[in-house]
Design a protein around this ligand. Sequence first.
Ligand SMILES: [Zn+2]
Length: 432
Amino acid sequence: MAKFGKQTVVILCYNTAMKKILQRAPKIVFIIFFLVMLMIISSCGNLPGLPNTDPSASPTNHGKITATSSITASPTAVRTEPSPTPTPTPVPAPTLQDFPEGIPRDSTDPVAEPERIANERGGWPAESSLHDFYAAELSQYRGRAEDASPLKGITVIVDPGHGGKDPGAIAGDCTEKVSNLQISLLLAERLRTYGAEVLLTRTEDEYVSLYKRIGLGSMFIAERALPRLAESGADTFWLRQLQADYQKMIEVNNDNVDPRRGEIGYRGQAQGIGVNELWRKHMDLQRLANDVLWLSIHSNSSLNTDIRGLKLFFNTNRGTVDLENRMLTKEPNCEILPANPSYHLYDDAARNRLAQFIYAEVIALVPELKDPADNPVLSGNYAFTREINLTSVLVEIGFMSNPEDLKIIIDPAKQAKVAEGIARAVYKHYTQ
Ligand SMILES: [Zn+2]
């Protein structure tokens, strides 16, 4: 776990924010300066309590869609030996309050006729534009014993949140990026003992932008699909086009940019709202990969330090279509209009099933992480669960802003139990 003084954190935060703000609003700078000085003087503890004063706050907050969310990185998704050497540069921590207003929180809500909504807007046909050239026979996994490599043939992409210049949530001298990686590596190890193949989007303390992560996962799916698609005699040109796009997402490892405004960076076809024909194929292709899961590992933070517990998020069809419609209403001059709504092709049931298993299995081993609100599985909007159309879930292992949760999050023994619980959930997802 990273150790650094509270005052150092505050000063680092102050410097980073200052650079961005100075050009824009001298008054804000003065206010921030005043607040920071107040913090230093009072030496009060938890940084998660700091108000988000950075006007260019990083949209890397777990991949939520924002006007400036962005992209990135390097082609080798699979590595193993971590050497976390955290050098934190504080970024505002994500909180539950970040949710766009009105997003349905209940993932068990029935889908509100997304096809009809899409069609009314002149969208894509509800059915896939890609023929079903691949699907794993999942029935072969049912009933497999735990000790007989039950997940052989299954791939799990484990995505440790944040890293490098992006610390994620901060609590005193603890940063989220460190515990995310520790838990992810334990999870990877445990999943491998089940026979699963595991890919990691990072294995050390390095910055990996949201869209680099998406590019890495998507490239894996594309490389796997290419020979199968060719074998089926179908056209593969579009897939090679997508691969070129993924590669660019991987190479341009830079968040905090909006390519629609000509800023440097690249989020490929993944614009977060509407899709073109190529990205529709991307969505359709990943829908076929029923033997691949995506798990993003994070911890939460809130200004309310009483809030605690394990939470699981993913984009649902209804939530995402509603959000798209709302954004289009708000920004009717959006240059990508007419948007073709297509973010309604998720397998809600599979995502919900996996999330429910994760909650049940982790709570069985670490009951302290029980959600006091008893509403742990939620619909949200995140780059990974929106642009990745696998069975994907964002796992928020407690709140770093809550002292009790924080103890669990940074305790190696508890981390191992959390990892064990998530791995058992994956096992149950396929074998029950
Ligand atoms: Zn996070």
